[in-house]
Design a protein around this ligand. Sequence first.
Ligand SMILES: Cc1cc2nc3c(=O)[nH]c(=O)nc-3n(C[C@H](O)[C@H](O)[C@H](O)COP(=O)(O)OP(=O)(O)OC[C@H]3O[C@@H](n4cnc5c(N)ncnc54)[C@H](O)[C@@H]3O)c2cc1C
Length: 369
Amino acid sequence: MNRPDVAIVGGGLLGRCLAWRASLSGARVVLYDSASSRGINSSAWVAAGMIAPTTEAIDADAQIASMGNNSLRLWPQWLSELPIPVFYRDAGTLLLWNREDAGEAARAQSMLAARQAQSCVQSLESSQIARVEPELGTRFSQALYVPGEAQIDNRDLLKAVGLALDEAAIECHWETTLEEGNLPDSGIIVDCRGMGAKGDFRNLRGVRGEIVRLHAPEVELNHMLRLLHPRYPVYIVPRADGKLVVGATAIESEDRSPASVRGVLELLTSAYSILPALAEARILEFNTQVRPALPNNLPAIQFDREQKILRINGLYRHGFLLTPTIVEEVLGLLSGRASGRWPCLDVNCSAAVFGPWNHSREMQTCLSS
Ligand SMILES: Cc1cc2nc3c(=O)[nH]c(=O)nc-3n(C[C@H](O)[C@H](O)[C@H](O)COP(=O)(O)OP(=O)(O)OC[C@H]3O[C@@H](n4cnc5c(N)ncnc54)[C@H](O)[C@@H]3O)c2cc1C
């Protein structure tokens, strides 16, 4: 290949999607990842894949909800352009709580009001909960329902985007570890290494998450369930073929060792308290990964003009929620038409320093000026 327009280092969630979309927009792309094309070393491999902007707004900055709503609009279009189907369901989220935790529900509602997101949420009484999600019966006296929130099968997505890269004949170097200092020659380098960029991305930290995958074909769940609980805010995400994802702990640690007894007990006990029918579920997998996070738990883009590296990181617990928005913004930036709608993605350079793909030489002149 001639010198590529863009070399992407890290082909987990963000890097892989960026490579695919950049190639569709006409760029010559090359992708490097230290692991195999399956993506099993990425945080994305372990994730629950929820795309839940309103629910996340309870504890996150308002920009997360705003970027997430934009992604919610983009995902169906993206998925329709992939070569194989990807499990995606937008039945919404049910927020549940036990009577003694009514204070948590009140807190959630006031946070949603502060984010002006209360109109996205409906209050349900016991009989309505049983109608919306029969598997819950009348165990909960109240719930909040957030219609339209979605979830995506993370592993289906990694596979489908990997195939799209093959179909587009994008040069992919799997099992190739790159560090700053041995980077390839290209128009621009985009660093999407997640936690692999620790040391090169200021203040990046890891937040350990443990997760359990179950098989419970007898449990017919349609919605994502989240327990509002001061200590165990567990979620249950239904996947295809009777599979369920139960997650996740959030521990300020970069320890990737296997899941702890305590973590798994907490997750499974909370999940069982929501759905006693899970007693007969089969445990398919315990897994652990580390979420790449910045001090404000927002994503950020940094531009190193000297080395021509665009570093994107800090997707934290919102990678699936934010990736389409970040990718579109980065493509806009690289072709001189960034929207500037998301302050946390503003970079310390004007979009005008980048030219469109077909003006690579012009772009180089600008970058080196
Ligand atoms: C338990 C858990 C649950 C989650 N649930 C959700 C959820 O429900 N919804 C949601 O939106 N997000 C969720 N997330 C977060 C989401 O997974 C991450 O935000 C997202 O994967 C980050 O994307 P990334 O591309 O930056 O990093 P990653 O997906 O981790 O990809 C980084 C890639 O870089 C590669 N790499 C690293 N170093 C190098 C190197 N030196 N050279 C070459 N390649 C390298 C790695 O092999 C990897 O493939 C969850 C995360 C966890 C851990």
